[in-house]
Write a protein that binds this ligand. Structure first.
Ligand SMILES: [Zn+2]
Length: 120
């Protein structure tokens, strides 16, 4: 795994490698090594991470909009969203039942239109 840093050893805008440190076969910690110059940071605290940028990324992720899909199936089951819904200048009719309907009527034979309305 590599993480972006600005190296304190070589000054490069580069990456740091996380390496496990072993005492014999026992893992005793981690050290961080600059991939450009090999500068070793003994602890995570001493690594000059490009933190600002990482934090910006994280905050952007936090701000990502919540899914806008509300489980409003019942609301969607009214005639205006039904494929049988027929609108003309004078009336709104249900093509299936051949009767006048209101856009907000809820129908047992509701069938969703192929293309759901977006943004309205
Ligand atoms: Zn370096």
């Amino acid at each position: 795994m590599t993480v972006e840093i600005v190296c304190a050893g070589c000054g490069a805008d580069t990456m740091v490698k996380r390496e496990p440190v072993y005492d014999g076969f026992k893992r005793i910690g981690e050290r961080f090594v600059c991939v450009s110059c090999g500068h070793v940071y003994a602890s995570e605290e001493s690594v000059p991470f490009k933190k600002k940028r990482e934090m910006a990324v994280f905050s952007d992720a936090d701000k990502s909009p919540q899914p806008r899909i509300f489980k409003s199936d019942d609301l969607q089951k009214n005639c205006r969203h039904c494929e049988h819904y027929v609108v003309n200048p004078f009336t709104q009719r249900c093509g299936l039942h051949g009767r006048v309907v209101e856009a907000t009527d809820i129908c047992g034979q509701f069938e969703a239109k192929d293309k759901p309305e977006v943004g309205s």
